[in-house]
Design a protein around this ligand. Structure first.
Ligand SMILES: [Fe+2]
Ligand SMILES: [Fe+2]
Length: 335
């Protein structure tokens, strides 16, 4: 079977249980060893100091000047070792995520569909575990009506297309970072490690050099930060989210909500916790709560995209090239 012919999964039919429709299996997938190894190294080595060092190094954007498609060509050989679900080339995952957003969330090229219920984006358990006031704000609303401030959504599939490009940091010419510094779920550093993180029960995080420095004795998760400071004021583990966010914040004209999705798409303990109970709520601002439904919609498209049918590649290439001409008008950008 070619990579383009895998079975289709309907994302809307998969949200009634906590099994993630068979995805995100961190117990006994075919790739269990390499997945666990990646997270073990991450939880031990992603100290706040490591994060700050990499921000300083990569935020200068002086690694390369390239067109987005050129970066994809470089990524062709990469496999994400934190991913229990997929061995597909990154370019296929990129097209799948983008097309999955079109199918799942878009009404036409410029607008969201008006029948996507916010409640349907959550698993039952997470929905019920939301703070009362937040659940009330989302209840009975559809995604389009929730964001009347956005007039043009044409950037949304493009964000799906480019969201994993930061994985290029795995390559020698982009710094050759180890897998644990590039892929996998992200979480705040400088704050206590929450039980909503995958492999929490293994306790790897206790071996981190700065473990204990940011623990509090009050069972809270805001550590060195002020309460409700907002995620933009938090140092997250270093990875492909933060890097592509920085590249696109400086090199594109993508809507701020699209940039937000790039930056937090891997923040699973917040948007889609493995144990059903969202963590790091004390760090979230009103802005983070407002964008949670959109992040959920993106996450569903990203996750369940690991299987839909795709149109022929030449058609896809034309479609996403013209979206890039609009939203990333400089043909060559700094990385
Ligand atoms: Fe990603
Ligand atoms: Fe992805």
């Amino acid at each position: 079977m070619s990579v383009l012919e895998a079975t289709t999964v309907d994302p809307q039919s998969s949200n009634t249980d906590e099994s993630f429709g068979g995805f995100r299996n961190y117990e006994d997938s075919a790739h269990q060893d390499r997945v666990q190894r990646t997270y073990k190294n991450m939880h031990i080595n992603q100290t706040r100091e490591f994060v700050l060092e990499n921000k300083q190094k990569y935020f200068a954007l002086n690694v390369a000047e390239m067109h987005v498609y050129e970066v994809f060509k470089r990524l062709e050989s990469i496999v994400d070792e934190s991913d229990p679900d997929s061995d597909l080339p990154q370019i296929i995952h990129a097209y799948q995520s983008a097309e999955s957003i079109c199918d799942y969330a878009m009404g036409d090229e410029h607008t969201l569909r008006d029948d996507l219920d916010i409640e349907s984006l959550f698993t039952k358990q997470t929905w019920l575990a939301l703070p009362e006031q937040r659940r009330a704000a989302f209840k009975g609303k559809n995604l389009k009506a929730f964001y009347p401030e956005v007039e043009d959504w044409s950037w949304f599939p493009l964000v799906g297309f480019i969201h994993d490009l930061g994985k290029v940091m795995l390559l020698p010419e982009f710094g050759c970072l180890p897998q644990w510094a590039v892929v996998g779920d992200t979480y705040p550093v400088g704050a206590p490690f929450a039980s909503a993180n995958v492999f929490y029960s293994k306790g790897f995080y206790k071996k981190a050099q700065d473990y204990g420095m940011y623990e509090t004795d009050t069972q809270t998760h805001f550590g060195m930060y002020s309460k409700h400071c907002g995620f933009d004021a938090v140092d997250m583990t270093w990875g492909h989210d933060e890097y592509i966010y920085e590249v696109m914040a400086k090199g594109s004209e993508i809507h701020p909500y699209g940039l937000y999705l790039l930056r937090y798409h891997s923040f699973y303990p917040w948007h889609t916790p493995q144990n059903g109970e969202m963590a790091y709520l004390e760090l979230a601002s009103e802005y983070d709560w407002h964008l949670l439904p959109l992040l959920k919609a993106f996450q569903k498209a990203d996750l369940y995209s690991k299987s839909p049918h795709l149109p022929p590649l030449d058609i896809l290439e034309r479609k996403y090239t013209s979206l890039m001409e609009i939203h990333i008008p400089k043909s060559v950008i700094r990385w």
